[in-house]
Ligand binder design. Structure first.
Ligand code: TYM
Length: 335
């Protein structure tokens, strides 16, 4: 029996991945590589949809690969590649754009938010068609599951709709993939604003814990996290979003259930919880940072991993693209 396939991607937009990325998505990526046929990639084409510095982008792409390896991605188990190394992504994107409705793309929350903030003349057509590219990323590999955080749910719904639309217009090629979203850490919140998700673009520096930050500075951010009124340490996201967020992070990093933590901290104060979580964080992140540094010391090895990954990815992607072109009626070039 072949293993079920999973696929996911991450953007190289920041200096570093953050705890939300790790707990919401990357942790699942690592677990699933053991049991699934896993394809993971750096979404560098998506990073072009907002203004960016070209010099930083290539360095961040390499740093992203180093971070994935450091948190446990094994390139012998999972196929790890860079999106722009496979032209098939941009090619299938065009077909997906031709299937996506203008109104449908206008209603995507991420586009609506950014165009409301920046004005429609400043946001790019690339940002508008971002979800069509994401659908192409996914459907090229025909995965069963896509492990992501809660914020990607709408993009996954669109991908499923496009898969079904393609099948009904042109004949069955795709099985609509399912979002694989964990309940317990699907959304990690900003430490300073526990009503908002921790995010590269929206969080203030004090609200976001980055994997490559100085661990002591990260522990300090945890100690300064906004907590709630009252004193009791209980998981209650509605009334105690700050404390609940810390409990979720603690539970994931320490491998203990939220219930166990609640019992341990009965009668103790928020200060105790934050201090201990700061220490857990330092212990967890220090070796990861060191590993990232040592991977970055050998860029040739990283590039080798990526070219192997691209080769394996192309075996799948090229086949799907050829089938798609054939189904939509594009004339195959003479050989
Ligand atoms: P990106 O780069 O913003 O985030 C990568 C992954 O991290 C998750 N995530 C979070 N999870 C929990 N709490 C948070 N605060 C938090 N912040 C981020 C995201 O849900 C995501 O799983 N559009 C995608 C990249 C992409 C992609 C794809 C993903 C491009 N093509 C194909 C899956 C399949 C994105 O911008 O993720």
């Amino acid at each position: 029996m072949p293993r079920p396939r999973v696929l996911s991607g991450i953007q190289p937009t920041g200096e570093s991945f953050h705890l939300g990325n790790y707990l919401g998505a990357l942790r699942q990526w690592i677990a699933l590589q053991e049991t699934h046929d896993a394809f993971y990639f750096i979404a560098d084409l998506h990073a072009l949809t907002i203004e960016h510095d070209p010099k930083l982008l290539s360095a961040r792409t390499r740093a992203s690969v180093a971070q994935l390896l450091a948190v446990g991605l094994d390139p012998d188990r999972a196929t790890l590649f860079v999106q722009s190394h496979l032209p098939e992504h941009a090619e299938l994107c065009w077909v997906m754009q031709c299937l996506t409705g203008f109104g449908e793309a206008s209603r995507m929350v991420q586009f609506k938010d950014k165009s409301a903030k920046q004005g429609s003349d400043r946001v790019s057509v690339g940002l508008f068609s971002y979800p069509s590219l994401q659908a192409a990323d996914i459907l090229l590999y025909r995965p069963q599951y896509v492990p992501v955080g809660e914020d990607q749910r709408q993009h996954l719904e669109l991908t499923r709709d496009l898969a079904q639309r393609f099948n009904s217009r042109f004949g069955t090629v795709f099985t609509p993939p399912e979002a694989y979203i964990l309940k317990d850490a699907a959304k990690i919140y900003d430490l300073q604003e526990p009503g908002a998700k921790m995010s590269k673009s929206a969080s203030s520096p004090a609200g976001i814990v980055e994997l490559l930050d100085d661990p002591k500075a990260s522990a300090k951010k945890i100690r300064s996290a906004v907590t709630d009124t009252g004193r009791e340490i209980v998981y209650d996201p509605e009334n105690k979003p700050g404390v609940s967020n810390l409990l979720v992070i603690y539970s994931a990093l320490a491998g203990r259930t939220v219930g166990e933590l609640e019992a341990d901290y009965q009668g103790k104060g928020y200060g105790d919880l934050k201090k201990d979580l700061g220490e857990v964080l330092i212990e967890w992140v220090t070796p990861i940072r060191e590993q990232v540094r040592s991977y970055l010391d050998d860029p040739a090895e990283l590039d080798k991993i990526l070219s192997r990954g691209a080769e394996r990815a192309r075996e799948v992607a090229a086949g799907t693209l050829a089938t798609v072109y054939d189904h939509v009626g594009l004339l195959a070039p003479a050989r």
